[in-house]
Design a protein around this ligand. Structure first.
Ligand SMILES: Nc1ncnc2c1ncn2[C@@H]1O[C@H](COP(=O)(O)OP(=O)(O)O)[C@@H](O)[C@H]1O
Ligand SMILES: O=P(O)(O)OC[C@H](O)CO
Length: 498
């Protein structure tokens, strides 16, 4: 009897495997971090083989830890850090270069060149994206231009490209299946989100051969079975795929136009479901595919903030002023506010709504009275301010004023941050019981495809509130604080010289 759906959450800093039962309850979770590689300032890479071995390790550990039988798993759903680019040799299965991570800025000058050639409008129109080093397209181009022999091999059809969903499916199926879903394809800057195909003009613009691209499929359907030789002796259907932010939107049951969520992980990503409508943002947001189910594609408006929880990791690993992320709340509570200190974590440039690839981080407003507690507090505040930047754009673009914001991701465990978020937005913040919403969304997509769950309505009825944070800050104070933030952001712009 099938009792579980397994979700694989391939995030920026860790791989997780999570088992959900029919009532959407978590039966077990395993997680392991993997190496972040920073070869130069502004460059970020992962070892794709390490991603695979880490993911495989947490799958095996989950099965051992929970004691379930593999044949009780109805299906597997995959969700992934988006845009991160893997190129591998079809015959040997070996990556030709490290995965270039979504945060990596090495293709800034390729983007400048595309802009100078006047491609911004066509990119916006066809892909819903802005020309930025964030997306996969220029990363693939960089690999083909810089890895010896890569372009010739790609042209002969010997190399494959994929985001990490595609890479994991290829590995899990023993090299048989090369696919992605609509939501991931929409982050590549090569996919036409209106006509739903890889776009010839964009591929020519980037000089990327179509043969290396995966087939684009629905977010909920059976793509293939795991190879028994690889997957602990069993063939289990892989039946759901979505980029992690779209999966979180699905897991938060944001199924109606106007429903929105904000995920606080490494970065912070706010998505609003816009149904079949394709909004073109006038305020620095992206248009993206939320998911495709039964051939019907739905869209979302997205505000992407590159550094959120990663700023807290930097307090831990870079400054070493906290030992673990939850310490940030403990120390921040020691002061009543940041005392005029602002921390703009533009470590890899600024995403929405500013889109400045050359911005770099800064801490402003320091005085002799500033302590590490103020800096920690300012780092937490920056997550909330960046969210306010994006929410303002979203309300302006959609004409919808949000009554409440559903939140998820690792950093929403921080109650101080959540209260400040509600205060600075002037909007209720709703934290659900399950904050592993990304994995839940992937599980839902995979479960729906094999009949484990019947409908989105059934899933929506299971959304449960853990805690609601009500706004409680005077307008004048809110305005003053936010003004300071905007001033600090201005100071970080256009910093890096090439
Ligand atoms: N209590 C906390 N307060 C603030 N940030 C936190 C807290 N717990 C975790 N984080 C941050 O959340 C992030 C982890 O969230 P997660 O959803 O697992 O991210 P990802 O999927 O991007 O790896 C880390 O960047 C970490 O610094
Ligand atoms: O790893 P996360 O959860 O911060 O998500 C990364 C995003 O998918 C990047 O677009």
């Amino acid at each position: 009897m099938k009792k579980y759906v397994m979700a694989l959450d391939q995030g920026t800093t860790s791989c997780r495997a999570i088992l959900f039962d029919k009532e959407s309850k978590i039966v077990g979770v395993t997680q392991k971090e993997f190496t972040q590689i920073y070869p130069k300032a502004g460059w970020v890479e992962h070892d794709a083989d390490e991603i695979w071995s880490t993911q495989y390790g947490v799958i095996a550990e989950l099965i051992a830890k929970t004691g379930i039988k593999v044949d009780e798993i109805a299906s597997i759903g995959i969700t992934n850090q988006r845009e991160t680019t893997v190129v591998w040799d079809k015959n040997t299965g070996k990556p030709v270069y490290n995965a270039i991570v979504w945060q990596c800025r090495r293709t800034t000058t390729i983007c400048d060149d595309l802009k100078a050639k006047g491609y911004e409008d066509v990119v916006r129109e066809k892909t819903g994206l802005v020309v930025d080093a964030y997306f996969s397209g220029t990363k693939v181009k960089w690999i083909l231009d810089n890895v010896e022999g890569a372009r010739a091999k790609a042209e002969k059809g010997e190399l494959l490209f994929g985001t990490t969903d595609t890479w994991l499916i290829w590995k899990l199926t023993g090299g048989k299946v090369h696919v992605t879903d609509y939501s991931n394809a929409s982050r590549t800057m090569m996919f036409n989100i209106r006509e739903l195909h890889w776009d010839k003009e964009l591929l020519e613009m980037l000089d990327v051969p179509q043969k290396m691209l995966p087939e684009v499929r629905n977010s909920s359907e059976v793509y293939g079975n795991t190879d028994a030789g690889v997957f602990l002796g069993f063939e289990v259907p892989i039946a759901g795929v979505a980029g992690d932010q779209q999966a979180a939107l699905f897991g938060q049951a944001c199924y109606e136009p106007g429903d929105a969520k904000n995920t606080y992980g490494t970065g912070c990503f706010m998505l609003m479901n816009t149904g079949s409508k394709i909004y073109t943002s006038k305020h620095g947001l992206l248009t993206t595919i939320a998911w495709g189910i039964d051939g019907k594609v739905e869209y979302a408006l997205e505000g992407s903030t590159f550094i959120a929880g990663a700023a807290i990791q930097w307090l831990r690993d870079g400054l070493k002023i906290i030992d673990v992320a939850p310490d940030s709340e403990y120390y921040a509570k020691k002061v009543k506010d940041s005392d005029g200190v602002y921390f703009v974590p533009a470590f890899v440039g600024l995403g929405a709504p500013y889109w400045d690839m050359r911005a770099r981080g800064g801490i402003f407003g320091l005085t002799r009275g500033t302590t590490k507690y103020h800096i920690i507090r300012a780092a937490l505040d920056s997550l909330a301010y960046q969210t306010k930047d994006v929410l303002g754009s979203m309300e302006a673009d959609s004409g919808i004023s949000l009554k409440s914001l559903r939140v998820d991701g690792g950093a929403v465990a921080n109650n101080l941050l959540m209260q400040f978020q509600a205060d600075i937005l002037g909007t209720r913040v709703d934290r659900p019981e399950i904050i592993e919403t990304t994995a839940l969304g992937a599980a839902y997509l995979a479960g729906l495809a094999v009949g484990f769950w019947k409908s989105k309505e059934e899933l929506a009825s299971r959304w449960l509130l853990d805690r609601r944070f009500e706004p409680d800050m005077e307008e004048e104070k809110k305005a003053k604080l936010y003004k300071g933030w905007l001033k600090a952001v201005e100071r970080t712009k256009d910093w890096e010289d090439d």
